[in-house]
Design a protein around this ligand. Structure first.
Ligand code: ADP
Ligand code: ARG
Length: 340
């Protein structure tokens, strides 16, 4: 029997017409179709398969990016999209959280951000990477007390400390082959690092897949607390570094899955009965959620615990994305109870 081969969005949308339309196209920085598609070509098991080496790539190679973005974020008319931004939360939007609280081990919400005027991580030179690090570290040093902390350059962390931080879900992993092919890991570890607030609940990754990953993380299932910290941190940092943003695509990011809000909010949730019944993926799809393993993307679950997050990031507001996770988790917890 032949197993069906999973098709990436690149494989699906890279038609003859698209190839001939874009074959000779280049951005002002000189990036071509090969640069955009290399990761998906070298890794045929990609789910998406493309990265943008600079912001202009989204315009120049729109013939390829457009259909991929529309499909991933489930947007009907992506050409005329005006991405809505709204980070506010109204009282009562997290009602019924007690239905899932006991099942949630920890809660995390992150956004990707990139500095306006610089290449994105797949296309950055070493000089640009170091300059972005310098500007970001400077902005982080101006944060108010409860967000204040320390920046650690990746090169200065010994292996044991690094591994412990990765194990504790605080630091990014090393050697992702999808990023490697895209050029994101060039000059490793130069220009990369991690900022940790004194209470360790607020984290910033510098020059990993995006210039910044702004992260709020705490034990337990208090989504409002995690989200409020994230929103406050974003607005404080944005006072000092302007981020790349367009009306159509929201915050720009190196991966088309991370446009718009660029937000992934997640629960580490105990769902052993849904795992056992084999229905978790179907419910997640129905609820617009992604399912990852315990150590993030491309990892496995341990002991029935899954990373459950919002799938869509573009074409909906931050508020709708976070409430979507809350509503989805409530439903998953209810279905879990029914199968216990
Ligand atoms: P991303 O930064 O895109 O969200 P990953 O899926 O690789 O990327 O996750 C990064 C890290 O965050 C991993 O160590 C993952 O286990 C951790 N993580 C994600 N969600 C949670 C959560 N709710 N609680 C604790 N750690 C989490
Ligand atoms: N490029 C990888 C793929 O297509 C990852 C895509 C989404 N994840 C990410 N970290 N950007 O499977």
């Amino acid at each position: 029997m032949h197993m069906p081969v999973k098709q990436s969005l690149l494989a699906k949308h890279f038609t003859e017409d698209v190839a001939s339309e874009l074959r000779r196209a280049k951005t002002n920085r000189g990036f071509s179709l090969d640069d955009i598609t290399r990761s998906g070509v070298e890794n045929p098991d990609s789910s998406i398969g493309v990265y943008a080496p600079d912001a202009e790539s989204y315009e120049v190679f729109w013939g390829l990016f457009g259909p991929i973005i529309a499909e991933y974020h489930n947007i009907e008319n992506v050409d005329s999209l005006a991405h809505p931004q709204d980070m506010t939360i109204k009282p009562g939007q997290f009602t019924g959280a007690e239905l899932y609280r006991d099942r949630v081990i920890s809660t995390r919400a992150r956004v990707g951000r990139n500095l306006d005027g610089f290449a994105l991580t797949p296309g950055m030179s070493l000089d640009e990477r170091l300059e972005v690090e310098r500007r970001v570290v400077d902005a982080l040093s101006k944060l108010p007390d409860d967000l204040a902390g320390t920046y650690h350059s990746l090169a200065d962390l010994d292996e044991e400390t690094r591994n412990k931080l990765i194990e504790d879900h605080v630091l990014f992993k090393q050697g992702d082959r999808f990023l490697e092919s895209a050029g994101v890991n060039r000059d490793w570890p130069a220009g990369r690092g991690i900022f940790l607030s004194n209470d360790k609940k607020f984290i910033v990754w510098v020059n990993e897949e995006d210039h910044l990953r702004i992260i709020s993380l705490e034990q337990g299932g208090d989504l409002l607390s995690v989200y409020s910290r994230l929103v406050r941190a974003i607005s404080e940092i944005e006072k000092n570094v302007p981020f790349a943003y367009t009306q159509q695509l929201g915050y720009l990011s190196s991966c088309p899955t991370n446009l718009g809000t660029a937000m992934r909010a997640s629960f580490h949730m105990k769902l052993p009965a849904l795992e056992k019944s084999g229905e978790l993926d179907d419910f997640a799809k129905l609820l617009g959620l992604s399912v990852r393993g315990i150590h993030g993307e491309h990892s496995e679950s341990v002991g029935g615990v899954y990373d459950i997050s919002n799938k869509r990031r573009l074409g909906l507001s931050e508020r709708d994305a976070i409430v979507g996770l809350h509503v989805g988790a409530r439903r998953l917890a209810t279905e879990e109870e029914l199968r216990k």
